[in-house]
Design a protein around this ligand. Structure first.
Ligand code: PLP
Length: 469
């Protein structure tokens, strides 16, 4: 589905009154959920006195309470009550070979047994991992390993400022680059500014320039206006659009940013925490054939193994990290580049290439998107639709991310639309389907016909609960 159509259909969803499942039916679904998720409930009750809010995973939907997971394998997930799910959370994107993939796990277990988990110095795996990343990512000549996507994004803007001598960073509204002080701004929904900034002094945003997605004029103005106010060190983008394409990217957006960065001697940073080794084995940079100066990588480089993050880029820029005290931007991390994470990185990328995992996950995603759109089109009274960027699928039912903040009741609308998406998600759980936030699905190379049939059956059931108009 192209950009214009996605945007038109998103507008249609927003202009259509939301369609909840009637309360009496929902109540029965809730009862069913409580009955079949008693152990998850017990764990949640125990967690409440130990972990603030009883859950700390931002990826979790908690209506009526969060799932506690027992194990994962292939495309499947089992909760502690033994319920089986077709999993589309995929740990928030890093899993593309399939969960708990033996050829990868065997290597890691062997390394732990033979070598030990970490020692604080270099191992050969660090170099093998760096060779693997630079082999596939066309705009990455050198890398520095860190421990999360949040850290990698922090490092990228520090490197950009050190290299250019400029101060301002442009962030696009609605995008997510982790939770560091400077990036918790206009999260999730463009224009929300410091809504989530509790604990962050507002002065921390003085060098951040917040631009709404795909607003070419605002972007050009920002470059011009900041020329004599410290200058723009970098523009950081999620290359498929904010929150992995919830706010889809205009086909000319990335290229225009590249041109402006060149014109004003600023750096372009692609945050490829989700798109790297998923949208294409060479990331969004290869997919769109637009070369960023710096690339942010995260969880995906270790395929779900812990402590994963890296910043990479052009040699002449990255070399600044190897300079002496006073000249280099300071980066670090005791567990960064530990042998387990680096071995996971090397073997995961090797296996993604060997199994052609991106093509397989993309083919499945395309089939699922077509099948779901066919199913949704049988209900002309509902504006539901699905689109994808390769193995990153967005399904739009209530589209709370797309609510226009200028609407007088915008916040009430967002909450109501979010609740309805989560109600659909609860029913999907009852039917054995797990996705992200009730709006997103990541696919892996092992999703198959059975997964597709089960997903369609679940959505057929959800549709049957929404009265026809
Ligand atoms: C695009 C993007 N950047 C950065 C991050 C932060 O990564 P981490 O959760 O590893 O800190 C995420 C996390 O989902 C992300 O999706």
């Amino acid at each position: 589905m192209d950009y214009e159509e996605i945007m038109a259909r998103l507008r249609q969803v927003i202009e259509t009154e939301v369609r909840p499942i009637p309360e009496e039916i929902l109540e029965k679904e809730r009862e069913q959920f409580y009955k079949t998720h008693q152990k998850s409930l017990d764990i949640y009750e125990r967690a409440k006195s130990l972990i603030p809010g009883g859950v700390e995973h931002n990826l979790s939907t908690n209506n009526p309470f969060p799932l506690a997971v027992d194990r994962v394998k292939g495309y499947k997930m089992w909760d502690v009550d033994g319920n089986e799910y077709v999993d589309y959370l995929m740990c928030g994107a890093p899993i593309i070979l399939g969960h708990h993939f033996d050829p990868l796990d065997d290597e890691i277990i062997r390394i732990i047994k033979e070598k030990g988990p970490s020692h604080g110095l270099t191992s050969e795996y660090e170099i093998l991992a760096a060779e693997m990343i630079t082999k596939h990512m066309p705009a990455v000549d050198m890398v520095r390993f860190l421990q999360s996507g949040t850290e990698a994004a922090m490092a990228a803007i520090r490197i950009a400022r050190a290299y250019t001598g400029k101060t301002k960073i442009v962030k696009i509204g609605g995008s997510y680059h982790g939770w560091s002080d400077q990036f918790v701004y206009s999260l999730h929904i463009p224009g929300t500014g410091p809504l989530n900034s509790r604990g962050i002094p507002l002065e921390f945003y003085q060098h951040l320039v917040d631009i709404p997605p795909n607003e070419f004029d605002a972007l050009e103005k920002a470059f011009e206006e900041n020329k004599d106010k410290g200058g723009i060190a970098a523009v950081i983008v999620e290359p498929v659009g904010g929150e992995s394409g919830v706010h889809p990217v205009h086909p000319d957006w990335n290229r225009r940013i590249r041109e402006l960065c060149d014109e004003y001697e600023s750096l372009l940073i692609f945050d490829e925490v989700v798109t790297g080794f998923r949208l294409d084995i060479g990331g969004a940079q290869k997919y769109f054939n637009i070369m960023p100066d710096l690339t942010v990588l995260g969880k995906i480089i270790a395929h779900g193994y812990p402590s994963a993050g890296a910043v990479g880029g052009k040699r002449e820029i990255m070399e600044i990290c190897g300079k002496g005290m006073g000249e280099r931007p300071y980066l670090g991390g005791t567990l960064a580049a530990n042998p387990i994470t680096c071995a996971a990185c090397y073997h995961a990328i090797r296996l993604i290439e060997e199994h052609d995992a991106v093509t397989k996950a993309t083919n499945y995603a395309n089939r699922l998107v077509d099948a779901l759109n066919d199913l949704f089109s049988t209900r002309e009274d509902l504006p539901f639709f699905v689109y994808n960027f390769g193995p990153i699928i967005h399904y739009e039912t209530s589209s709370f991310f797309a609510v226009d903040l200028k609407a007088p009741d915008s916040f009430a609308q967002i909450m109501r639309r979010k609740d309805i998406a989560e109600d659909y998600q609860m029913v999907a759980w009852n039917k054995g389907i797990c996705s992200l936030a009730g709006t997103r699905m990541y696919t892996c190379m092992q999703h198959d016909d059975e997964a597709l049939d089960r997903t369609l059956a679940a959505w057929e059931y959800i549709l049957s609960l929404i009265p026809k108009k």
